[in-house]
Design a protein around this ligand. Structure first.
Ligand code: SF4
Length: 98
């Protein structure tokens, strides 16, 4: 896992230091020190810290974390009903521009 903080955006609010103190630490009133490659065990804390950053200054790259296996495919109908009836319902919300 790699972490990058855009220090031109960081306002020193310290939410990251509160949520993942192992990876982020405030020094003085506004300076942020951070681990650019925290361990995988801190993944959840670091992701929460990134989500909580009010200015979205924290970017997390998960490219080197293990990829979970794909979810099993769910088959809605095991018979041939869809092919026979040929109907599909698509539900959604649409709002016309005014
Ligand atoms: S939460 Fe965001 S703005 Fe606050 S110190 Fe961390 S990176 Fe900076």
């Amino acid at each position: 896992m790699r972490v990058v903080v855009d220090l031109t955006k960081c306002e020193g609010y310290a939410q990251c230091a509160f949520l993942a103190p192992e990876a982020f630490r405030m020094v003085g009133d506004e300076a942020l020190l951070f681990d650019p490659a925290p361990s995988a065990e801190l993944g959840e804390k670091v992701l929460r810290a990134a989500a909580a950053c009010p200015v979205q200054a924290l970017q997390v790259d998960l490219a080197d974390l293990p990829v979970p296996p794909p979810a099993e495919t769910v088959v809605a109908a095991t018979d041939d009903r869809l092919r026979r009836e040929g109907r599909i319902v698509v539900a959604g919300l649409w709002k016309a521009a005014t």
